[in-house]
Design a binder for this molecule. Structure first.
Ligand code: SF4
Length: 109
C-alpha cells in the first residue's frame, strides 16, 4: 500500500428512510447526476433539504461515486474523504457533532 492510498471504508447498509423526506423526492433523479456548472444548480436543491446531513453521511459512508448528495459533488466528497481518513463513520461523526456545542463549526475542513 502506498502512503497516498485512501483506506477502504466499510460498506454500510443503505437506510433510505430519510430519502422520502428529501427536497429532491419529487424531481427527476437525473437532476442530481450532472457535471460542470449544472452541479451548482443541483447543490442548490440540497441547501434547504431537511435531511441533508443524513444524505451526506450515507453518501460518504457508502462511497457514493457519482452525483450530488447532501449538497456535495463527487469531487468534493472525495476531497473530504482524503482529508479525513480517520473518520470511519460519517453518520456517527455528524451525530456527535450535532450533540456538541461545536456543531456550528464541524471539523471537516
Ligand atoms: S440533500 Fe440533496 S440529494 Fe440528499 S435528499 Fe436532500 S435534496 Fe436530495
Amino acid at each position: 500500500m502506498t502512503a497516498s492510498r485512501v483506506p477502504e471504508r466499510p460498506k454500510v447498509a443503505w437506510d433510505t428512510a430519510w430519502a422520502s423526506r428529501g427536497a429532491c423526492r419529487d424531481i427527476d433523479p437525473e437532476t442530481l447526476f450532472v457535471v460542470g456548472a449544472a452541479q451548482h444548480k443541483a447543490k442548490a436543491i440540497c441547501m434547504g433539504c431537511p435531511v441533508r446531513v443524513d444524505c451526506l453521511a450515507d453518501a460518504l459512508d457508502s462511497g457514493a461515486e457519482f452525483g450530488v448528495w447532501g449538497g456535495m459533488t463527487e469531487r468534493e466528497r472525495r476531497t473530504l474523504l482524503r482529508r479525513r481518513p480517520d473518520i470511519n463513520s460519517w453518520r456517527s461523526f455528524f451525530q456527535t457533532a450535532q450533540r456538541s456545542e461545536d456543531y456550528a463549526t464541524p471539523a471537516i475542513r
